[in-house]
Design a protein around this ligand. Structure first.
Ligand SMILES: [Zn+2]
Length: 339
């Protein structure tokens, strides 16, 4: 099998940054899941744009987002990714103390633009990026209490969420915010590439608790286009601890190799793998005894597969036929009968 080319070549700009700046930008610089980033964001004009509130276009082109200038591939084998034009840049925007803290106004930079950030700059940055969370929290709690004086008494009473959400850890897909849910409405589990592995005690415990004890009515697996985890899985490279995790996605590719290899466009093939990965994770949920037994008894939960798009902020329902999937699964994985 021809091996696809690698896509993790660090850009010259990264290699030349200073130690302090490298430390500050480490999440980008060393992140194997962060693949496609626009080189244009390093210009001064885009710096000022980056300092502003995020737009959907920015989300779509930032870390782990899909590339808008995918270079053509010469390798005839389909299981590959183009590599040559991907570049990585340092985080941009101003480190400003004159305006109120907000998530996208803080970026590591020097008070003197001609020098790398000093130790004092770094310390100040860390303190302010930490403290703003508590500022936000106090404001949030005050607002909730003002709107509903009994809000926290109700929150303390317990939870009865309708939904279990299994999504990607990607920071741009906050489940409650994109679905308009309030605290208490969704039980949440997130990991790289929204995987449901039967040997992962974490996710299996979450599903078991959500179904057997919370009685959730819907289980949603939500992937997203431009998923860095899915892209990394298509890269034939030793990624250390990520190898066994990404193996699950490589297995999804193998299961659907024929369909995926028939898609000539690289980006469309990625997108389809994202969808197929969501579908396979739904199937893994349906294989669990908790879901099968609860559905046989209560007619819930129902499992759904969705995909989020950065370009428009909308969720796509893959319209998985849960009942057909369950019936099909139970030919081999029927666990409705207790021991
Ligand atoms: Zn992802």
């Amino acid at each position: 099998m021809l091996l696809p080319r690698l896509i993790f070549a660090p850009s010259p700009s990264l290699r030349s940054i200073t130690r302090v700046a490298a430390t500050a930008s480490r999440p980008f610089a060393s992140d194997p899941l962060c693949i496609a980033r626009s080189s244009s964001s390093s210009s001064s004009s885009s710096r000022s744009k980056s300092a502003q509130a995020p737009t959907l276009a920015r989300l779509a082109s930032s870390c782990c987002g899909s590339s808008t200038s995918t270079p053509p591939s010469n390798n005839p084998h389909k299981y590959q990714t183009p590599s040559s034009s991907f570049t990585t840049t340092t985080p941009t925007a101003n480190y400003s103390t004159s305006s109120p803290p907000s998530p996208f106004t803080f970026k590591m930079s020097s008070s003197d633009n001609n020098k790398p950030p000093s130790a004092e700059d770094v310390s100040k940055y860390l303190r302010e990026t930490h403290d703003r969370l508590f500022d936000n929290n106090r404001a949030w709690a005050a607002e909730k209490a003002e709107r509903d004086p009994g809000y926290f008494a109700k929150l303390s009473a317990g939870q009865s969420p309708e939904y279990l959400w299994i999504g990607c850890s990607d920071s741009r897909i906050p489940a409650e915010q994109i679905t308009g849910l309030e605290p208490g409405e969704a039980f949440i589990h997130r990991n790289i590439a929204n995987l449901v592995c039967n040997t992962d005690l974490n996710v299996m415990s979450v599903i078991n608790y959500a179904v057997r004890h919370l009685g959730v009515k819907h289980i949603i697996v939500c992937g997203h286009y431009g998923c860095g985890g899915v892209k990394a899985a298509m890269t034939p490279k030793d990624l250390g601890l990520l190898n066994p995790w990404l193996r699950n996605i490589r297995d999804v590719y193998r299961l659907h190799e024929k369909e995926l290899d028939a898609i000539p466009d690289e980006e469309q093939r990625y997108n389809r793998l994202v969808e197929l990965n969501v579908e396979e994770q739904c199937r893994n949920i349906v294989k669990t005894a908790a879901v099968q037994q609860s559905y046989a008894k209560n007619q819930f939960p129902v499992v759904h597969g969705w995909v989020f798009g950065f370009h428009d902020g909308l969720l796509k329902d893959l319209k998985i036929d849960f009942q057909a999937m369950l019936k099909n699964i139970q030919k081999i994985y029927n666990l409705t009968e207790a021991e």
